[in-house]
Design a protein around this ligand. Sequence first.
Ligand code: SAM
Length: 279
Amino acid sequence: MSTIDELPPLREVIASHGLSARKSLGQNFLLDLNLTAKIARAAGDLTGSDVLEIGPGPGGLTRGLLAEGARRVLAVEKDSRCLPALEDIAAACPGRLEVLNADALTLDPLEYLTPPIKIVANLPYNVGTELLIRWLTPKTWPPVWESLTLMFQREVADRIVAQPGSKAYGRLAILAQWRSDARIVMHLPPTAFTPPPKVSSAVVHVTALPAPRFPADPVILERVVAKAFNQRRKMLRAALKGLAPDIEDRLLAAGIAPTDRAETVDLERFCALARSFET
Ligand code: SAM
């Protein structure tokens, strides 16, 4: 049996298992094991954690996570063609890698893990934002996960970490930053992937805070923010008109000028506005 360092190079794995990349599954593989180890290290110390990886593909990042000492990795992969390659990795790390052949959108793999839990993934672009939003909006906070270390298209990564006043600032920034710290830890050019995607990518590291930065009801905050950014070019007194007849007073009480636009309002003031709708 091979140890993890003796497994064949990923190009060989892809050739021997016939893993031609499928666009419909967002398959852009990372074949450089130095790079996948670097991404695994960006998740911090893995030795005491269970790690959830979505979309392991041929297993480059999976190998990085195991080589960096993850206590246990649960890898959820939709494409059954990848299973034999992943089984070879599991055999090289007895008891540390479990593979689920499933669609990550139709099950909650977090149920299968024991805290502390870290989520690390080179996400399929077509499902990445949806999974992130699910992880950021659990029923209770703090969430079951400690951190998320996720690859996104650069443009999505910019939206996650955006600050007020920038074009990228919107719902995703507020959702990510209200109860977490979010920062970009790595930029990757298209050439880092096989096949190369059309756009650049970035790894975002998100750490869950023990409690929200400012109090607010999550459902009300989401409703206010969604409405504010749905018509982001409008002044807030117009964009939020439908929420309450006295919206101008509520805006002023939250420290927001009724003529402001959503993209200039920071998290603290959105939370104050949301609180004005709590009974
Ligand atoms: N982690 C590998 C790497 O870094 O080389 C592959 C990353 S590739 C961008 C995305 C992977 O997610 C593919 O292996 C694809 O088959 C898988 N995938 C796509 N949709 C999925 C889903 N809904 N659930 C689980 N895996 C999915």
